[in-house]
Write a protein that binds this ligand. Structure first.
Ligand SMILES: Nc1ncnc2c1ncn2[C@@H]1O[C@H](COP(=O)(O)OP(=O)(O)OP(=O)(O)O)[C@@H](O)[C@H]1O
Ligand SMILES: O=c1[nH]c(=O)c2[nH+]cn([C@@H]3O[C@H](COP(=O)(O)O)[C@@H](O)[C@H]3O)c2[nH]1
Ligand SMILES: NC(=O)CC[C@H](N)C(=O)O
Ligand SMILES: [Mg+2]
Length: 510
């Protein structure tokens, strides 16, 4: 069994970062909501309690019984987690006189303490709290202080239990990774063997056992997640994997042909299905973004249903689901979060299809998927691709989607993406694309009046698509792109650039 660090989530915005920091050390970590703590099995080498928007003094604050953990397994509380233990075992936590957000420096720390090994004097740490630990329980003792916070970190006598008031998981805590390393490697004794190669080996073994001689169908999009999922499944079950790549008529220029071509060298069994007309028919007359998304989703399901019937005895549906899609986080406002957009996923299959779901990547973050893909030998051209939404250009053509508008937008998009590549900027941009605006504007070309459509260009930087900033592309590059588009794409006489961040905007316009 894999050495594991269990992270109990109390609703901090940084919980996923803790998991990533641990994983960067090639140690597997899992996040669970605090009120759904799994059994502490032998492979769980250490437990980390996250921060929380709650104060331990709130009546409704999370309240977890740590008796199976504290003193039995190495335990680290971060911020709220540290306050929680101090509060519950007899110390005092109270509102600070001044709330502390941002930069602070350690002024004194116990260099002998195993959690503080290798942390230099004056190390910068990042604070984000309104409460502070005024006094510690009896067996607890201070191991680090800042100017304003005496109990910035503590340890417990004769136990592997620790608390840290600041956030070691954020980048601005310059030695935070060292403290996390000390906790997971030196104190918890985890082996650093969770590498992409090891992941591939163990996943292929598991898949072989789970799937035996069964047939699996999988929707392949040309994107990173489904390509990596397909390749790892193919290693496990070979030709029992049937991949279906749907042309929804909303792909990029020549993408259908190119993607099919690029999979040829990989030995995968891929069937291309051109269902463009079906999608266009379903989109006819629709202008509302949610209605468009739902219509596209429904045709996907229909096409998939038809195709899967052609694969005799398919029992499983393979999916490229990744960890951020499945982490169940503590919802602080209570209740499910609001639907901003209905994401298309072939996963929303109706019950009558009776397929079991297999999701080999559901424990990985996106950058980990890319590393696993590399270890599987997938070409950098596929692994480096920008994310592209399932509903494709359908949600980048504002208003009604028609085949003519798709053609125009494909040309615009191709010029934009090619120029980014030519300028050496493609890999610096997280995602880029063009949007067809439902407005006509007046222009003048060769002394003649034009009245044509405008497009917007969007390029963002991001790490996970949850937040994003607009890219500060050089003016010369933007100028060149704009010129090319207006000169070469008939029907477009104006180009604009989207300079909104997410939030408050989103990456896609619909
Ligand atoms: N054109 C398509 N044909 C078949 N399946 C598709 C198509 N587009 C999307 N899918 C399915 O929907 C899933 C979700 O799409 P999504 O865009 O989130 O992931 P991806 O395409 O695999 O990766 P990326 O996020 O890099 O684009 C895909 O993994 C794939 O199974
Ligand atoms: O597979 C997908 N199906 C969808 O319905 C969908 N909608 C948005 N996206 C992608 O998700 C990321 C965040 O997009 P938004 O900021 O527009 O919500 C961006 O990367 C978007 O391209 C989708 N991907
Ligand atoms: N980041 C945190 O965990 C904050 C804990 C608590 N809500 C405080 O403000 O002190
Ligand atoms: Mg995609």
């Amino acid at each position: 069994m894999q050495d594991t660090i269990l992270i109990l989530d109390f609703g901090s915005q940084y919980t996923q970062l803790i998991a990533r920091r641990v994983r960067e050390l090639n140690i597997y970590s899992e996040i669970h909501p605090w009120d759904k703590c799994p059994e502490i099995t032998e492979n769980i080498k250490g437990v980390i309690l996250s921060g929380s928007p709650f104060s331990v003094r709130d009546e409704k604050a999370p309240n977890i019984d740590l008796s199976n953990i504290k003193g039995k397994v190495p335990l680290l509380g971060v911020c709220f987690g540290a306050q929680y233990m101090a509060h519950n075992y007899g110390g005092e936590v109270a509102a600070s006189n001044t709330r502390e957000y941002g930069r602070a420096n350690i002024v004194e720390h116990d260099l002998e303490n195993e959690l503080m090994q290798g942390v230099p004097q004056k190390s910068q740490v990042w604070m984000s709290h309104g409460d502070s630990i005024k006094s510690l329980p009896n067996d607890f003792y201070t191991i680090a202080s800042t100017e304003d916070v005496k109990n910035a970190a503590y340890a417990v006598k004769n136990e592997k239990t620790y608390g840290i008031q600041f956030h070691p998981e954020v980048y601005h805590s310059t030695d935070g990774s060292t403290m996390i390393y000390n906790f997971v490697v030196n104190i918890s004794g985890c082996a650093q063997d969770w590498t992409p190669d090891a992941f591939v080996d163990s996943t292929v073994d598991d898949l072989k056992k789970k799937l035996g001689n069964d047939r699996v169908i999988l929707g392949l999009s040309g994107g990173v997640d489904s390509s990596v999922a397909a390749t790892i499944l193919h290693q496990a079950i070979g030709d029992n994997l049937y991949c279906i790549f749907v042309n929804n008529g909303l792909l990029r220029k020549n993408e259908y042909e190119q993607v099919l071509e690029s999979y040829k060298g990989m030995g995968l069994n891929v069937k291309g299905v051109d269902a463009s007309e079906q999608f266009y028919a379903a989109l006819k007359g629709l202008t509302d973004p949610e209605e468009k998304r739902k219509a596209i989703g429904k045709v996907f399901v229909d096409v998939f249903d038809q195709e899967s019937k052609l694969v005799d005895q398919a029992k499983w549906l393979g999916q490229g689901t990744i960890y951020p899609d499945v982490i169940e986080s503590v919802s602080v406002t209570g209740g499910p979060s609001q639907t901003i957009k209905s994401h298309h996923n072939v996963g929303g299959l109706p019950d009558y299809m009776k397929l079991k779901v297999v999701e080999p990547l559901k424990l990985l973050f996106k950058d980990e998927v890319r590393r696993v893909g590399k270890s599987l030998g997938i070409s950098p051209a596929i692994l480096g691709r920008h994310p592209f939404p399932g509903p494709g250009l359908g949600i980048r053509i504002l208003g009604e989607v028609t085949a003519d508008k798709v053609k125009i937008l494909q040309e615009v998009d191709a010029i934009f993406i090619n120029e980014l590549k030519t300028a050496g900027l493609y890999d610096e941009v997280w995602q880029a694309g063009a949007i067809f605006l439902p407005v006509n504007t007046v222009g003048v070309m060769g002394d003649e009046r034009t009245y044509e459509n405008a497009v917007a260009l969007r390029a963002v930087t991001s790490t996970d698509g949850m937040t994003a900033d607009w890219c500060h592309l050089p003016y010369e590059v933007l100028g060149k792109i704009s010129n090319k588009i207006i000169n070469q794409v008939k029907g477009i006489n104006r180009v604009t650039y989207d300079i909104s961040s997410k939030p408050p905007a989103t990456i896609e316009w619909e």
